[in-house]
Design a protein around this ligand. Structure first.
Ligand SMILES: [Zn+2]
Length: 471
């Protein structure tokens, strides 16, 4: 706790600094707020009646009691509100929109909207998608695989104020090909040999990726050892260049192979069978980060059987273009609906969350594995932005506490973004990426949807205004 004298000095510094730096180094002061420290335990998590001083892009100080600021600072009344670090969605894809037309390999709607048109739309819509993320309190995202233009997307986000921070992977090294997604710059590239894998890693390293990503698909009868050798060679090359290895591995047999091959980041749950001690030991050995993505499978089933319904958060803070398209199955003539989809629609089977994935999450949480929050946004039915609330609801149903979920979505998210020293914690010296909430996120993680203001890089945004500004 700082003395009153020091507080006065800080306030003076804040005003003086603004005078010398002009409006670029703005001063923002949030008064009387309850600061939440997700990295802590027990009573230390909450720091009530705090005043947070932000100078330019960083947090200057957190002080207690009243301070006097006569001029220059933008003052936000934080009484009755909670301040948390900006959220991170650790698993998204900007080349996908979440609508029905975005994965022709799963449901071929080319006769309704050509896939090339859909991807061109997503590219042209990036600035709006960035704003949607911010409006949902997400100040950082990890795009964990897409076409080579993913790197241009990261560059664009870096020079756009109203955008989350973006870490990125390029095209996925895959065990299988995926021709419906190949428009000339494919997001998924089949790799059959160690040499071919190393060549692709080399091409990607030229663009300075944050991750090398492998799509470790498993089909019964596969030579898992041969595939593991490819993943290991790719991982070794990534590590030699100071990059991390991210792996999609949803079956226990390939998730273990991925860990043996050196995976740093498992981007999905193990969904097919309970994780065992061998898996936990491998995960601990690698200090792996585990992203459960509990909603995404359900989202395909809901959307393609026409049972997807928008949540209140989606009605408020999803891209309205995508939201409108989620009703398209009611409009598309029957002869243009893919036969598989028509069958799902007719059956309209009840859709349930992934029971094994949820049990595994609890088990890995208990084992002390680092968990992050990630949605796989962009997949059909998993909309950029408000899908985080669906995901966190399932994490809570799995047995994680609101504090653990908040930690997964902030402090641990900063690890996946590669900025653990700068983000994920509310303290002096950190970058000012913050979310001001109208309700207590420790009472219910659903309260993370009650976003009052979002602060990215020291700039304050009103979520409603961000949504209104979408073209
Ligand atoms: Zn994904």
């Amino acid at each position: 706790m700082l003395s009153r004298m020091l507080i006065a000095a800080l306030a003076f510094f804040a005003v003086a600094a603004q005078a010398s730096h002009g409006s670029l180094a703005a001063v923002v002061v949030i008064t009387g707020v309850t600061v939440v420290h997700p990295e802590r335990e027990g009573a230390a998590v909450l720091e009530p009646d705090s005043t947070v001083i932000i100078h330019g892009d960083r947090i200057d100080a957190i002080v207690h009691g009243a301070i006097e600021l006569t001029q220059g600072a933008k003052v936000i009344d934080g009484r009755g509100k909670w301040l948390v670090p900006g959220l991170v969605d650790a698993h998204v894809h900007f080349f996908q929109s979440g609508n029905l037309y975005t994965r022709p390999d799963a449901a071929d709607f080319n006769a309704v909207v050509p896939y090339a048109q859909e991807v061109a739309r997503n590219k042209a819509r990036l600035d709006a998608t960035f704003k949607v993320w911010l409006a949902n309190g997400v100040t950082g995202v990890v795009d964990i695989g897409g076409p080579f233009w993913n790197f241009d997307m990261r560059d664009r986000a870096a020079v756009t104020a109203a955008a989350p921070r973006v870490a990125v992977a390029g095209p996925l090294l895959s065990m299988i090909e995926d021709p419906p997604l190949d428009l000339g710059d494919p997001p998924i590239i089949r790799i059959d040999t160690v040499e071919a894998g190393l060549a692709l890693v080399k091409r990607e390293l030229e663009r300075n990726p944050d991750y090398i990503k492998v799509w470790f698909i498993y089909q019964p009868g596969d030579d898992v050892a041969a595939h593991e050798a490819i993943v290991k060679a790719a991982g070794d090359a990534a590590h030699a260049a100071g990059k991390k290895l991210a792996v999609h591995a949803t079956e226990l047999v390939v998730a273990k192979a991925a860990l043996r091959a050196g995976a740093d980041y498992l981007v999905h749950s193990v969904f097919d069978e309970p994780v065992d001690q061998e898996f936990i030991d491998l995960a601990k050995h690698n200090h792996v980060i585990y992203c459960p993505t509990l909603f995404v499978e359900e989202s395909y089933e809901l959307a393609l059987s026409n049972q997807w319904r928008a949540t209140p958060e989606e009605l408020k803070r999803a891209d309205p273009q995508i939201l409108a398209a989620m009703d398209d199955l009611n409009e598309i003539p029957a002869d243009r609906i893919p036969p598989r989809v028509a069958k799902w629609m007719a059956a309209a089977k009840p859709v349930a969350p992934p029971a094994i994935g949820m049990q595994n999450l609890r088990k890995l949480r208990d084992a002390g594995i680092t968990i992050v929050m990630g949605t796989d946004a962009g997949n059909i039915g998993t909309l950029h932005g408000p899908s985080i609330y669906r995901e966190m609801r399932l994490m809570q149903e799995s047995g994680m506490t609101p504090l653990e979920i908040l930690r997964a979505a902030t402090t641990n998210g900063a690890l996946v973004l590669g900025k653990p020293k700068d983000l994920g914690v509310v303290e002096a010296g950190r970058l000012a990426d913050l979310v001001l909430l109208d309700a207590d996120p420790l009472a219910d993680s659903g309260n993370l949807a009650k976003v009052n203001r979002v602060i990215k890089n020291g700039v304050v945004y009103d979520p409603g205004e961000l949504m209104k500004s979408l073209p």
